[in-house]
Design a protein around this ligand. Structure first.
Ligand SMILES: NC(=O)c1ccc[n+]([C@@H]2O[C@H](COP(=O)([O-])OP(=O)(O)OC[C@H]3O[C@@H](n4cnc5c(N)ncnc54)[C@H](OP(=O)(O)O)[C@@H]3O)[C@@H](O)[C@H]2O)c1
Length: 307
């Protein structure tokens, strides 16, 4: 297949490219050619096509979508890396809603349209709760991240009007050693001050990065898949359980909680992403035939940290 990928230089994208590279023709859409060349050196990835684009602006880049069999849209401004000022919240939203709208515009303009758009969303769609259990049929929440996810999904769904199949994957917290929540927790644990972030009671609906990449791969070819699927492992844990498992796997104490206010100082409202959570089950994902290589957090952490 000829596959266009946005956000390919990120945590998920890099592993996805590694997985698809040998068997597919890939186009990497990036805001920075230099970054893409660094992440995917030509010595190792000589067959990649790098397309420089401005995600929120229509342009010649959109012509590159014509003739692609699939588009995988992963791009978006980082959620938990910096303070949520009003203008940064705007960027979190616009990079996703407008960025996706421009991809769909490109699909609409394309002479030969992609058969499938696989679009990212997140478990933030459901809003935060310590008690509710959510699956793909649950109604959306009302906080900022839920609003972002709703608008992101609505923008993607419009590709259906072009006859393109749309699969929305609601990603959970992605576990990978190289980045995201786990890398941050490891930093704390490796200085012997590890522990749950905040109260520890919040739910963490996580997924091993390799399972997520397998899910994306499956969505490429399963012509019967349409609509939303949760990209979360079947056994979500509380932050307390995640910390205890992490401490055990890397043989470090895990009793010192990181107080919520410290994260709030660093991230302002962005701290909510880790201080609040939701228990999400991949009901439709499993019913549709996807099976997880890493269904428990212990197995995932052992694989990520012991190999
Ligand atoms: N990591 C998680 O735990 C998690 C959980 C739920 C949902 N998600 C979502 O899943 C997607 C992929 O996750 P990830 O962890 O791989 O993300 P990531 O490492 O932050 O990478 C995302 C990519 O998006 C592009 N990007 C960054 N800022 C942008 C902006 N302002 N406008 C447009 N593009 C921008 C970058 O590519 P270029 O610089 O090459 O353009 C970047 O490599 C993201 O949308 C993320 O929000 C992630």
């Amino acid at each position: 297949m000829k596959v266009a990928i946005t956000g390919a230089t990120g945590l998920v994208g890099q592993r996805l490219v590694d997985r698809l590279y040998k068997s597919h023709e890939l186009l990497i859409f990036t805001r920075s050619e230099a970054k893409a060349q660094k992440v995917f050196p030509a010595s190792r990835y000589d067959q990649l096509e790098i397309v420089v684009y401005q995600p929120k602006v229509s342009g010649a880049w959109q012509q590159k979508i014509s003739g692609c069999d699939a588009v995988i849209n992963l791009a978006g401004a980082p959620i938990a890396e910096q303070r949520w000022t009003d203008s940064y919240k705007q960027e979190i939203l616009a990079s996703r809603e407008m960025g996706t709208a421009k991809i769909v515009e490109a699909i609409a303009k394309a002479e030969t349209k992609p058969k499938v758009l696989i679009n990212t969303s997140a478990v933030g769609y459901y809003g935060a709760s310590d008690t509710a259990v959510f699956d793909e049929t649950s109604t959306p929440g009302e906080d900022f991240l839920a609003e972002v996810c709703k608008k992101w999904e609505t923008a993607a769904e419009k590709a259906k009007d072009c006859g393109t199949r749309v699969v929305i994957l609601r990603f959970g917290i992605i576990l990978a050693k190289e980045g995201g929540a786990l890398a941050k927790m490891l930093m704390a644990f490796n200085t012997f001050v590890g522990g749950p972030l905040g109260t520890g009671k919040q739910w963490v609906s996580w997924i091993h990065r390799d399972d997520l990449v397998s899910l994306i791969e499956m969505a490429l070819t399963r012509n019967d898949w349409q609509g939303a699927f949760n990209g979360t492992a079947p056994n979500p844990v509380t932050m307390q359980e995640l910390s205890a498992n992490l401490g055990e796997v890397i043989s470090r104490p895990s009793w010192l909680p990181v107080p919520g206010f410290v994260l709030e100082l660093l991230l302002s409202d962005g701290a909510k992403v880790v201080l609040e959570g939701q228990k999400v089950l991949p009901k439709r994902t499993e019913e549709s035939g996807f099976s997880f290589k890493f269904p428990t957090v212990k197995a995932a952490l052992i694989d990520l940290l012991k190999h």
